[in-house]
Design a protein around this ligand. Structure first.
Ligand code: ZN
Length: 335
């Protein structure tokens, strides 16, 4: 028992870091963006460790019996174009490998992800009608915006500083946004798009095409895939919360995404990350059926030889300077 404990304790840790966007957007309610300057400081810290390896190597070596070295791997979710435009040159500068998990529905288009568009429509529209009413799955979402129909400087500031992942909404608009986001997130994309269109109609807006929110182009993806340092991974076609759907739906989301990415890159797609980190037992089955060598969640945990190969945890890196990042990394290593 004690020997087992000591072995566990001494086993060098392997950990996977998760990024989404390398950008400095005015608002970042889910804490998903790291500024280019902070990202570079973080890469400096990482390159000094000498422990960064490609993700597929970490997934394989975490299984080794007598691994001496600590391992760190970097991953990026969703496939935003800033991954290519901003993260790639910095990763190349420090010669650090990374895997990009790409949701394919917006690749090569000017479209935004539904959550970005919804956030902008509800939180930042200059003018909104006084009452919102929408029927979803037999239920009714009804809100009166009261004093918040017109966008004010104060309201804008409140929304720009709001972290939906940390604090409850404090405005009518942010409450409405979170209600819609929560309801929509569990639906299949076809239904999400219908509801989003209703929100656009309510706000009298056209489909949004903000350049900063677009996905990578097919050419950018192919170029990333051709570089020794980088690897493309699967992240489904439409980014569903997989565990809320049936096995066949999950299998199709994984296989169609994998096949498209394989066609675009000419490489075998062997790694997968679950959107929102959401999964159930059917998800693990689907990942196995799709022949992924390893699949990743968003649970902050280190990897060891007992870790389920299709349930590997990752630590989400937030927008912090190098010194704070080094301390956080140290803390993660000790978990
Ligand atoms: Zn994602």
């Amino acid at each position: 028992m004690i020997r087992h404990f000591i072995q566990n304790y001494l086993e060098p840790k392997a950990l996977v870091l998760m990024y989404h966007r390398i950008a400095a957007p005015e608002t970042d309610i889910w804490d998903l963006a790291v500024s280019p300057a902070n990202f570079e400081e973080q890469l400096q810290v990482l390159s000094q460790t000498g422990e960064v390896v490609p993700l597929h190597e970490l997934a394989a070596r975490a299984k080794e019996k007598r691994r001496r070295k600590r391992l760190i791997a970097l991953s990026f979710d969703d496939g935003y174009s800033d991954n290519y435009e901003t993260a790639k040159p910095l990763l190349e500068k420090y010669r650090l490998p990374a895997t990009f998990f790409v949701t394919s529905c917006n690749v090569g288009t000017a479209r935004e992800f539904w959550w970005d568009e919804l956030e902008n429509l509800i939180l930042y529209s200059a003018h909104l009608p006084a009452t919102f009413v929408m029927e979803v799955k037999g239920g009714l979402i009804k809100t009166d915006l009261n004093q918040e129909t017109e966008m004010s400087e104060e309201l804008q500031q409140q929304h720009m500083h709001w972290k939906a992942c940390l604090t409850l909404p404090t405005t009518r608009r942010s409450e409405l946004f979170l209600t819609l986001w929560t309801v929509m997130r569990v639906l299949p994309d076809s239904e999400i798009q219908e509801l989003l269109q209703q929100v656009r109609d309510w706000t009298k807006s056209e489909v949004a095409h903000r350049p900063a929110f677009k996905s990578m182009s097919t050419g950018q993806l192919a170029e990333l895939a051709n570089q020794q340092l980088f690897d493309i991974g699967a992240h489904t076609v439409t980014h569903p919360a997989l565990g809320h759907h049936g096995l066949d739906f999950q299998k199709a989301e994984m296989a169609d995404n994998r096949d498209l990415l394989q066609e675009l890159t000419g490489n075998r797609i062997s790694l997968m990350a679950y959107p929102y980190g959401h999964y159930n037992t059917a998800t693990l089955q689907a990942a196995e059926a799709a022949s992924f060598d390893a699949a990743f969640t968003t649970e902050g945990s280190t990897v060891n030889k007992r870790t389920h190969q299709h349930r590997i945890g990752r630590f989400q890196v937030s927008d912090m300077k190098g010194v704070a990042f080094a301390k956080t990394l140290q803390k993660w290593v000790q978990t």
